[in-house]
Design a protein around this ligand. Structure first.
Ligand code: FES
Length: 250
C-alpha cells in the first residue's frame, strides 16, 4: 500500500477531466441505464447527478467518455456536464481506489482527533489527500462534516460510516480491507467496493438500504432522556379561525 501513481491533484492543468486517460467501460448497457435514470425525472437534466455516479461506478471516475455520454443523453453541452462534475467533490477526476476513505476533520471531529486520524491513515496507506495507492486499492480524502458529529471522529469508507474511530481501529480496518476480509460499517452494513456504492447512488438499489439501524444510540440519546423524564414538546397553538364580519356577511 504505497506509491502516488494516481495523484488526484492537478494544479498544473486545471483540466475538467483527465483527458490523458481516455479509457472507458461505458457501453450500450450504460447508455440504456442513463436513459432509464433520465426517464425518472420530469426534467431530464435533473438526472445529471445520479448519471455522474453511474459513470463513476463504471469508469471509477468522471471520464471524458462519461461526460460526452451524459451530454448526449440529456441534450446539454459537455461544458454544462463538466461544470456540475467539477462543482462537487464527490465526483472524481482521477480514478478513486477500490475503497475510498474519507476522514472528517471539521470542528467536532477535529476536537476529537480527526486530524491525528487523517495523518495516521495517510501514513498507513502511504498516500496524501486526493491520492490513490499505486495498486488502486485505496484512495484518501479529507471530508467536511458528515452530520455524524455525535460519533466523532468519523471516517467514511465507500460512503459508509465508521464511527468513533481511532488510529488503531483505522489500522485494523484498513488491514482487513487490504486482505479482502468482509468488513461491516460500525452501523451494521456490510462494506461493498466504492464502485458498487456509486451504482447505488446512481439509483440502482442493491436491496441493502435497511442493513443496520437508521439512527445510532448517540443520535437518539436526547429522545431517550426526554422519554425517561416524560418531557414533551409544548402543544402547538391552534391557528385562530377567521370569522366573517357582519359587513362581509351581508
Ligand atoms: S464534524 Fe465530523 S461529522 Fe460533523
Amino acid at each position: 500500500m504505497s506509491g502516488h501513481e494516481f495523484a488526484s491533484y492537478f494544479p498544473e492543468s486545471g483540466d475538467v477531466v483527465d483527458y490523458a486517460d481516455t479509457s472507458s467501460n461505458i457501453d450500450e448497457t450504460t447508455i440504456a441505464e442513463m436513459h432509464e435514470i433520465a426517464g425518472r425525472y420530469p426534467e431530464a437534466r435533473s438526472a445529471l447527478l445520479p448519471m455522474l455516479h453511474l459513470v463513476q461506478s463504471v469508469d471509477g471516475r468522471v471520464s471524458p467518455a462519461g461526460i460526452t455520454a451524459c451530454s448526449e443523453v440529456l441534450g446539454i453541452t459537455e461544458a454544462e456536464v463538466a461544470g456540475v462534475a467539477t462543482f462537487y467533490t464527490m465526483y472524481k477526476r482521477r480514478p478513486a481506489g477500490k475503497h475510498h476513505v474519507g476522514v472528517c476533520t471539521t470542528a467536532l471531529c477535529a476536537v476529537m482527533g480527526g486530524d491525528i486520524l487523517l495523518e495516521s491513515v495517510s501514513e498507513k496507506l502511504g498516500i496524501g489527500e486526493g491520492e490513490t495507492t499505486a495498486d488502486g486499492a485505496f484512495s484518501l480524502e479529507r471530508v467536511e462534516c458528515n452530520a455524524a458529529c455525535d460519533f466523532a471522529p468519523v471516517m467514511m469508507v465507500n460512503w459508509e460510516f465508521m464511527d468513533n474511530m481511532t488510529p488503531a481501529k483505522a489500522d485494523e480496518l484498513l488491514d482487513a480491507l487490504a486482505e479482502g476480509q468482509t468488513v461491516h460499517s460500525t452501523r451494521g452494513a456490510e462494506l461493498v467496493g466504492w464502485r458498487e456504492s456509486e451504482r447505488v447512488l446512481a439509483g440502482f438499489n442493491d436491496g441493502r438500504a435497511d442493513e443496520g439501524p437508521a439512527a445510532g444510540a448517540a443520535s437518539q440519546l436526547g429522545l431517550d432522556i426526554a422519554k425517561d423524564n416524560n418531557w414533551h414538546a409544548p402543544e402547538a397553538e391552534q391557528p385562530k379561525r377567521r370569522t366573517r364580519s357582519t359587513k362581509e356577511a351581508k
